[in-house]
Design a protein around this ligand. Structure first.
Ligand code: ADP
Length: 398
């Protein structure tokens, strides 16, 4: 039986899942954290068993060796030759990739060149690829890009109103992120509605630590909230989301904060954390909001309001919305966030929302709207690894 490995390699972590290429059953899933340290952690779940060990893993090559040894020891995969396809998540595909691709020298060179747009991610993604390629020589490899699904946006949506040469010379434009998740959700929403994806308009709210919304018309993204980088769009756990760029030089002048300091603040000390002064974790914000803590309430209100702004805009551009879908850590689990977001938009969109059901469910695929709601509301747990495996199977014809 053919197997597909889905890989997400970060700078100090490696996540993987092994799928049966026919059924897409997950045969093993694992994560190696703290790569580069003497006390790295390797965890694998397979056949209902969870194994965790702490050991020295100094580089990605060593991490891959551990991952593959664990797969052979704990899962039903008994020979590495069974792994016919390996799909690698790559964060930035720029304008070069509007779909996943089979890895080639040309693709590698382009991913490498795009490192200037994603310096923390693309090099790590390539390191992961090289490490697996060295061991799984016979398997064929694919790249699955976070940005690719958003490449259907038109220039009027993706351009910033800067002088055009900054786009031409430096590729400054909106790219969007979480594309693999948005693509999976768009596909799954059409399945749940029992319609062809071409006939379905969806607004996907991918709300995790990082958060982005996408307006998807007939399976194609027409707009998304993240921009040139993952800092843009809605307020997030620690990121600002959209801010007037003139704030940057103003704070530079008033506070003397350097560019690096400000980038750290915009990326790591803002968002829910910055407003609440409490936490970037939605669970803590939710508890404090329920306890009536003033800045937590403000944080919760702001978070929902900013998301509602995008839903409103996307509703206008889609003309007709079949479904609003919540996904990722917060979207799947945080009933309070979902309720506040829908409360902001339900009158305009004629949504009838089942508040009781919403408060009772989390982490499962479920419809939260009433039967006579004009726009349906769903929770759909995202599955980027499955999407990577499906794309890999499609491209390799397994
Ligand atoms: P990312 O992949 O962007 O790191 P996730 O999609 O894993 O993020 O989402 C992580 C966030 O989800 C956490 O920071 C937390 O705020 C939120 N979250 C997770 N579980 C719950 C829960 N039970 N209730 C509310 N929020 C939750």
């Amino acid at each position: 039986m053919n197997k597909i490995l889905a890989v997400n390699a970060g700078s100090s972590s490696l996540k993987y899942q092994v799928f049966d290429a026919d059924t897409f059953n997950v045969l093993a899933s694992g994560i190696i954290e703290r790569i580069g340290k003497e006390d790295a952690i390797a965890t694998i779940k397979a056949d209902g068993v969870k194994e965790k060990k702490v050991l020295e893993i100094l580089d990605h090559k060593a991490a891959v060796a551990i991952a593959l040894a664990d797969i052979l020891e704990f899962s039903s995969v008994k020979n590495l030759d069974e792994i016919k396809g390996v799909g690698h998540r790559v964060v930035h595909g720029g304008e070069d990739f509007e779909d996943s691709v089979v890895v080639s020298e040309d693709a590698i060179a382009k991913v490498d060149a795009l490192s200037s747009l994603a310096p923390l991610h693309n090099p790590a993604n390539l390191t992961g690829y090289y490490a697996f390629k060295e061991v799984l020589k016979e398997a064929r490899h694919t790249f699955v890009f976070d940005t690719a699904f958003h490449q259907t946006m038109e220039p009027k949506a993706f351009l910033y109103a800067l002088p055009y040469e900054y786009y031409e010379d430096y590729q400054v434009r909106k790219y969007g992120m979480h594309g693999t998740s948005h693509k999976y959700i768009a596909k799954r929403t059409a399945e749940l509605l029992n319609k062809d994806i071409e006939d379905v308009n969806t607004i996907v709210c991918h709300l995790g630590n990082g958060a982005s919304l996408a307006a998807i018309k007939g399976g194609k993204v027409i707009d998304t909230s993240m921009g040139f980088t993952p800092l843009a769009g809605v307020m997030m756990g620690t990121r600002t989301g959209d801010v007037d760029p003139a704030v940057f030089p103003y704070l530079l002048e008033k506070t003397g904060l350097s560019v690096d300091d400000q980038m750290r603040i915009y990326n790591h000390e803002s968002g829910m954390l910055g407003i609440s002064g409490l936490s970037n974790d939605a669970r803590e914000i939710e508890d404090a909001t329920n306890a009536g803590q003033e800045r937590a309430v403000l944080t919760s209100d702001m978070y929902a309001y900013k998301i509602a702004n995008y839903i409103g805009t996307y509703f206008i551009h889609l003309g007709h919305v079949d479904a609003i879908v919540f996904t990722a850590g917060i979207g799947e689990n945080d009933a309070g966030v979902r309720a506040r977001v829908i409360d902001n938009v339900s009158e305009a969109l004629k949504i009838k929302f089942n508040h009781k059901l919403n408060s009772e469910v989390r982490g499962i695929e479920v419809e939260l709207s009433e039967a006579d709601s004009e726009v349906k509301v769903f929770i759909i747990p995202t599955d980027e690894e499955l999407m990577i495996a499906q794309d890999t199977k499609r491209l390799l014809g397994l």
